[in-house]
Every structure is written in C-alpha cells, then in structure tokens.
Write a protein that binds this ligand. Structure first.
Ligand code: LIP
Length: 289
C-alpha cells in the first residue's frame, strides 16, 4: 500500500461521487425498463445502472490497474481479491430513490488486501458527504470530524438507538432471525429483552453506518447486504472510533464481503454492548456462511 497515493485516490473518488450525485438528482426515479432483481422488493432502476457505468468508466480510465466491483455488474461467483479494488453501490437506497424518500447515497469504497481503506458516501439530496482514509479520521463535508459532537456516553444496550433493516429476503431462517431479534431488542428486560431506546431504518446501509459514525445512531445490525453496501461506510465508521463485528455472535473480525455486519459507535462500553447484543440474537444467520 506504501506506493498508493491514498489522498489523491480519495480526492478523485469524491469528484466522481459528486458527478454521480448530479446524475441521481437529474434522474426520474422509475423502475421502468429496469424493475426488480431477486424478488419484488429488490429494486433496480436505469439510473442505478447508468451511475455505475459513469463511475466505473471514470475510475478505470484514471486507475486502469485497479479492480472494480459494483452492485449492478456483479456476477454470482465473483470474488473480492487482495488487489486494490473500488467497491461501488451506485445508489444505496434504491427503494428510497423509487419512493422519492431522500435517504439515498452513492457508496464508493476502496479496499486493499481486502481491507476497507477509503470510504466516500454521498447523499446528493441532503448534500451530506462522508469521507475517510484509513488512519486519517472521518469527516462530514470534509470539514467536520466525526463523531460530530460528543455523543452521550455509550453505557448499556438499553440506552442505545439501533438501526436495523428488513432487507429484501422476506422468508426463511434469516428472515426469522431478524424478526425474532427485533422483538427481543424492543422487549422489556423482565421479558428477556434489551429494551433499547428505539429501532430505526434509513433504508441505506451506507447511511446507517455514517449515522453510527456521526454519533446519532449507536448501533447498526444487518445481514444480507453486500460489500458494496458497507465498504465505504466501514472506513468512515472505524475512523470515527466505531467498531465492525459480525452480526452473528462470536466473530470479532468479519471480512468486508462476509454479508453479516454489526457496527457500534466509539465509547467505553463498546465491547460490553457488543456482547450484550450478541446475547439477544435469536438464532444465527446463514447468509455468507
Ligand atoms: C440496500 C441497502 C439496505 C439493505 C438492502 C439493500 P440497495 O441496498 O442498503 O439497507 O437493507 O438489503 O442492500 O439495494 O438500495 O442498493
């Protein structure tokens, strides 16, 4: 990694994310001519594809030796390698985009040796730009260091605001693990629950991770999403003091393409909260195993 100019790559990624943002804002959020993928809630639009083409073309022109992995061109069996790789979700929050709900982002990550190394997450509707380079801190709009303000102490799970997502798998073991765990997180202590302050869903994994990095959310827990949903947000999270572990109990060091993610913001009781949360997970996810 020594010979990579991470700052220059980061700056170029930001300029691409902004161009992508303009394309997203200008687009008509229709699924016409695109539609759904695995099922009727796994949406894709022409804009997802057009933005990915814009991003991959620009990145390949500038960095022809680096690899590229994108949501819309991924083929089953494609594997992330140790090579320097751009990992992109052109529109993270496609369902929001289709519904004109303004929690949409381009998630553009860069991994080296499978390690998330640069992260850019840009919501063109709110113009919030989150960015980070490994070892150099995380920022909002390149000026405000994350977390944004000293958040309240991270004490116990029952003082946490927790982001979760249903995702697009609506049956089977993993749907059951999510539904049952959501109930447990909300239930009272007397009933064996976590009695968390609340559950939230932004509808974009990248924005959930940036929410934890900013300090407004304490936790984000999800299984089923992909490296392109989390690579960028992962760097922003860890550079803000947060930690990423496995959504299934016990694995403290998941891979970026593990497909099970559990992010906790920085704070003294981080480890204890992770363990307490794992104690409430009802079953184990099969995705990524
Ligand atoms: C979506 C996410 C969302 C998650 C979905 C999906 P898309 O990405 O970020 O939070 O729950 O499974 O991966 O499809 O909008 O790019």
């Amino acid at each position: 990694m020594a010979d990579l100019n991470l700052q220059e790559i980061h700056d170029f990624m930001i300029s691409i994310a902004k161009q992508a943002g303009e394309r997203i804002i200008a687009a008509k959020p229709t699924t016409e001519g695109a539609g759904s993928k695995k099922n009727s809630v796994d949406l894709v639009t022409e804009t997802d594809r057009a933005v990915e083409t814009l991003v991959s073309t620009s990145l390949r022109e500038r960095y022809p030796d680096f690899s590229f992995m994108g949501e819309e061109t991924y083929k089953p069996g494609d594997k992330l390698t140790a090579a320097p790789t751009f990992i992109c979700d052109p529109i993270d929050g496609t369902t929001n985009f289709v519904h004109r709900y303004p929690y949409v982002s381009i998630s553009l990550g860069f991994a080296v040796d499978l390690e998330p190394t640069i992260g850019i997450v840009y919501n063109p509707f709110t113009q919030a730009l989150y960015s980070a380079i490994k070892g150099q801190g995380a920022y909002l709009n390149q000026t405000h260091k994350l977390p944004l303000s000293p958040p309240t102490p991270l004490d116990t799970l029952n003082s946490c605001l927790v982001a979760v997502e249903w995702g697009s798998d609506r049956s089977g073991n993993d749907f059951k693990v999510k539904s049952e765990t959501f109930k447990r997180l909300a239930a009272t202590k007397e009933n064996g629950g976590g009695m968390v302050h609340g559950l939230r869903s932004f509808g974009s994994a990248a924005l959930n991770l940036c929410g934890v990095a900013s300090g407004g959310l304490d936790i984000y827990w999800e299984a089923g999403c992909w490296a392109w949903d989390v690579c960028a947000g992962w760097v922003i999270l860890t550079e803000s003091g947060g930690k990423m572990v496995d959504a299934n109990p016990g694995n403290w060091a998941p891979r970026v393409d593990e497909r099970r993610y559990f992010a906790v913001r920085g704070g003294e009781a981080q480890k204890e909260i992770i363990e307490e949360f794992w104690g409430l997970v009802d079953g184990a996810f099969e995705v990524g195993i």
